[in-house]
Design a binder for this molecule. Sequence first.
Ligand code: ZN
Length: 132
Amino acid sequence: MALCGGIRADGGRCGAQATRDSEWCLGHDPDKADARRRRASKGGKRGGRGRPTTELARLRDRFEELADKVLAGEVERSDGAVAGQLLNGARACVRDGLAAREQEELIERLEVLEAGLDEQQQGRNGSGYAKF
Ligand SMILES: [Zn+2]
């Protein structure tokens, strides 16, 4: 099987095992570049509003504002208690949303890894190497 002709970051030849029907390893294959770019840019899209840390900071501000108003007598204690509970619900949504997103990202990364392993396995069988 061919060795990858890609160029490493330090300028040398990659030399890793190429995937099946390819001159490149998984990391250098131009066909896989799109998927790599999509994954790499995902982190960037998280910036700003909607980001869990931003949402949590916003909720913290509202909790503090609410507490100030209750203490200053601007908001009834009972209203403040209900509002606090509802804000707490919003906080739970942010937290659960974050957990769900992390899980989705992990599943996606696992699928990419599994696809890579499958290709390596098929390449090995195809070229007559013994299966591990
Ligand atoms: Zn390579």
